[in-house]
Write a protein that binds this ligand. Sequence first.
Ligand code: PLP
Length: 394
Amino acid sequence: MSPPLSMFAQSVGGSTIVGMRRLADALEAEGRTIIDFGIGEPDFEAPPPVRDAAIKAIRDGRGNYIDPRGLIELRESIAAFEADRHGLDVSPDQIVVTPGSYGGLSLITRALLDPDDEVLVIEPGWGPYKAMVMLTGAKVVGVPMGTTQGRFVIDGERLERAVTTKTKAIVVNTPWNPTGRVLLRDELAAVSGVAERHDLWIIADEVYSELVYTNSAHVSMASLDDDVAARTVIATSLSKSFAMTGWRLGYCIAPNELAALLARINQYTSRCATSIVQYAALAAFQESTDYVAAMHEEYAQRRDAIASGLNKIAGVECPLPEGTFYAFPQISEDWGDSKEIAGRLLQEAGVLLTPGSSYGPASRHHLRLSFATSLSKIEEGIVRMQKALPFANE
Ligand code: PLP
């Protein structure tokens, strides 16, 4: 028998999305065609200048370790991009380049949390936040959002009530996976108000910042004011904005002392984000604007198509997504838990999507559909769902 494993590590479960994808693989192996609304990943390639820059970096022999904070030219480009796009006034010293925002969030949780600390995780929310908190031995306190006109909205009073003497941080995600919401300034202020009253950190995941379709642009938490910025750490990446998921490049923006600590932990984790990719990322910020605008245009058409198709299905109500590439319709409560509905849609209609219940109990009657897939697949998937739903209650 082997010796015991870490208790914190074992407290973390597997991912619903990965589990469902494996089921879909098995069905595909039997010859079924599956329409995949599950995956949270752009179906575009990285911009051509980024791919060219990566090849050049390899040819130029750039495959060495670099400073754990990240390449200085890249951090300067990031600072300029954040100033231009989100009104942030940050120095390169406040930026730490990481392997994706997964990498950043994992540094952040380890930098901020000790065992038994509590972290408020707003639900419905992206599952890995909970896992990352639990890996540090800290506790997750799920706080459900409220709802207004079928949309999930931040409820400051619920957050306030969830705070205890052990609370250390609040996790906030805008634009929001899975709800497709872009948080309004007032909602961000409700979060920062709680954080200020109880001296908490705000962990702001802004990975979908460039995928906003409404008139109200993405507001970065750190842009609210200097006091909020002093207790906010942002995790973000190039994965969604520049279609670079597998390249694994992200960054954190933090007050100076925390940024230095994040860099120190990075050094003992991955040492540095891949050097070749850091050189390539320079081309993302400096030469890819047109390509990103074209992707955005395509996503906007898809979100209209998916929301209008879903709204034609009796028992399904889908608010128009404001940002991200997720539609998050509510389904009739009579149909039972979304996990069963998602399972049946996969088996009976060959449509892969994610049950709302995997983002917390507040969304057990929702489904998440990624529209990072072609318009023709969206149309085919909607037809399949229209034929299959409603399921008879058994
Ligand atoms: N945050 C959110 C809300 C996400 O949906 C994802 C990926 O799906 C990530 C972070 C992690 O992305 P990456 O590590 O590729 O930046």
